[in-house]
Design a protein around this ligand. Sequence first.
Ligand SMILES: Cc1cc2nc3c(=O)[nH]c(=O)nc-3n(C[C@H](O)[C@H](O)[C@H](O)COP(=O)(O)OP(=O)(O)OC[C@H]3O[C@@H](n4cnc5c(N)ncnc54)[C@H](O)[C@@H]3O)c2cc1C
Length: 407
Amino acid sequence: MSKGSVRVSVIGAGASGMAGAISSAMAGACVTVFEHRESPLKKLLITGNGKCNFTNKSIDRSCYHSSTDEGFIDELLSGFNTDDCIAFLEGMGIRARERRGCLYPYPDTAESVRSALLMQAKSLGITIITDCGDMDVRECDDGTFSLNCKGQTYVSDSLIIACGSCVSPNTGSDGSGYGLLRQLGADLTDISPALTPLVTLEDLTSIKGIRCDAALKLLDAKGSVVEVSSGELQPFDGGLSGICAMDISSAACRMLKRGDRAFVEADLYPVTDDEGFMDEIKSRMRLFPDRDLAGCLIGLFPKKLINYLVHPVDTRREDYLDNLLKRVKHLRFELKEEMTEDFSRAQTVSGGVPLCDIDQHCMLKDHRGIYVTGELLDADGICGGYNLHFAFATGCIAGKSAAGSLV
Ligand SMILES: Cc1cc2nc3c(=O)[nH]c(=O)nc-3n(C[C@H](O)[C@H](O)[C@H](O)COP(=O)(O)OP(=O)(O)OC[C@H]3O[C@@H](n4cnc5c(N)ncnc54)[C@H](O)[C@@H]3O)c2cc1C
């Protein structure tokens, strides 16, 4: 048991909950973590394809979406930046390695981060109660909190709610945290999937499975650009996946949820502008006079993609190269509204507790002593370690404050 005058209860033993528990205990609090699954940190194990991309070398406000932020994210990142995140894990023995700006544990295994967090919790005397079941949590008149778990009552001075979202229910993040927050009187904005594939009206079975570099623009019905992204694109039968598609999915879902139409324009040859592409194709046609149009594209795109791009282009028309240009660099898809209801392939959510409802230490402004962290907050990051960074940052800051060390 950790010794300390302040009693802190953490509900949810995920990334943000464990960070909150550890930083609270390091600040001297007596900490108990309640986890409704049989083991802690199950989601962490599947992050970054099992490698756990836990932060990024370059991190700022533009890496996050939130419709309720009034300066919280800027302040959070200035109090907990990339170096702080590395130092937090390094303090438990995790050496970091970097790949294209993304930071991973040196052994490239999420398991190593999980083990280090659990060993740190153990040496700080943090109690972790697993299989805690449905908890009855109440605010008492004297400002403390009573938590009923397995027939036993626990009293605490501060409460950190770190239950994740409704994404990945098999890891324990099953949406039950939203009910708990509502029961305690917190407001929530609408939840929709984020970092999820884009579902298109067009069936893309013919190019399913290919990978290519792309630059994407998310457009509204008037053709105005709402958001841009670039990276690897991976079409599947129902639409577009890959990092660049997932990165604009949060904004796309929010548009569709409002009832707006949303379109994606893909530039499948982002290494040059339109003129550069036209010059390249014309020079290839001169160089390979015996090849057809598809043959001239060999070496630029995968074969399946060439067939898809060239098939509707009528080479008997005078403007056929303009049509090819349109398909290669301005390929447009309309997105389906149903993608806003499908959380099964999402990595996180947009929406949650409004950031304007919490103070700079993640405490609910209207509920003294109740802190909210991680995915339960209305902020979602793009791909690249930004969501775990947010989870660790909010956990560490809430933990310290809950222990009384920041007040
Ligand atoms: C497949 C996948 C890959 C990802 N890869 C990355 C990546 O590489 N980099 C990155 O930055 N982000 C990644 N993420 C996102 C990242 O995992 C989350 O943003 C982060 O884990 C959120 O932390 P959290 O503490 O808010 O929630 P979680 O990690 O989900 O933890 C919540 C915990 O609370 C418990 N819980 C829930 N409800 C209750 C309750 N009522 N009572 C008690 N316990 C409860 C859950 O069982 C769980 O243990 C990925 C997500 C997924 C799904």
